[in-house]
Design a protein around this ligand. Structure first.
Ligand code: PGA
Length: 258
């Protein structure tokens, strides 16, 4: 299984000119690279998906940052999974902590989105993780457990292989603090156990479990490689193509060395 390097560009790249600068810089950084063990997935704002699709040089996969669970109809302002699929999106981030926090997304709402993404042939990247308060009151594992179980309620075994889970402690996003490799490993083991209970060993073992939150070239060794994660979800650093490609290279090289 290739390691996944997911770049969440969030609400950035404010104009077509900025987007074009980003894409030509990224093209330059990717030129000549052949990372066999890692794969970059970029999740730009919706308005840039078409341009990213046209640009795509096959070294990068495409994802969205969110979606609405219905396929079409009177849902002003929303984006359907069918629209994403038609723009060559393969992945969609679901339940990012910023959606939970600013838009009040509940585990129930996230569950509907996961089911719809799977039904429409998209691979959902389910984000879970505890807040600082939850960590301080030692609720980390129970929070992760509830989030994973409720988000995946009713998902069939046959679809399990399409799911990606990202462990993203909310307190580690957008700052400069990261959990220890042991803490991340503990979260990963718990998530894997829940997946095995839900879907059986055969399917659950191939589900990629990523780490997200302040990933950069300095932290990636501890948060991804030492902790045995299947990849990373990157916010800020993904806006710097040279950093994004460097992180992908570090993870790729760690697989070569094994
Ligand atoms: P960050 O964001 O890398 O800027 O901490 C991560 C995320 O929000 O997924």
């Amino acid at each position: 299984m290739k390691k996944l390097i997911v770049g969440n560009l969030k609400m950035n790249l404010l104009s077509p000119e900025e987007r074009e600068r980003y894409l030509s810089w990224l093209k330059k950084e990717l030129a000549g690279r052949k990372d066999k063990h890692s794969e970059i997935v970029l999740c730009p704002p919706f308005v840039h998906l078409e341009a990213f699709k046209k640009w795509n040089n096959r070294k990068v996969r495409l994802g969205a940052q969110d979606m609405f669970p219905e396929s079409k109809g009177s849902y002003t302002g929303e984006i359907s999974p069918v629209m994403l699929k038609n723009l060559s999106c393969e992945y969609v981030i679901i339940g990012h902590s910023e959606r939970r926090r600013y838009f009040g997304e509940s585990n129930g709402a996230i569950n509907l989105k996961i089911a719809s993404a799977l039904k429409n042939g998209l691979k959902p990247i389910l984000c879970v993780g505890e807040t600082r308060e939850e960590k301080e009151s030692e609720q980390t594992l129970s929070v992760i457990s509830n989030q994973v179980k409720e988000a995946l309620l009713g998902v069939s075994r046959a679809k399990a292989e399409q799911i990606v889970v990202a462990y993203e402690p909310v307190w580690a996003i957008g700052g400069d603090k990261v959990p220890t490799a042991n803490e991340i490993m503990e979260a990963k083991l718990l998530i894997r156990k829940i997946l095995v209970d839900l879907f059986g060993k055969k399917y659950a073992e191939s589900t990629p479990i990523l780490y997200g939150g302040s990933v950069n070239t300095k932290t990636v060794g501890g948060v991804c490689i030492d902790s045995g994660m299947d990849g990373v979800l990157i916010g800020r650093e993904s806006l710097q193509p040279h950093e994004l490609v460097k992180i992908s290279g570090i993870i790729n090289d760690s697989c070569v060395l094994k």
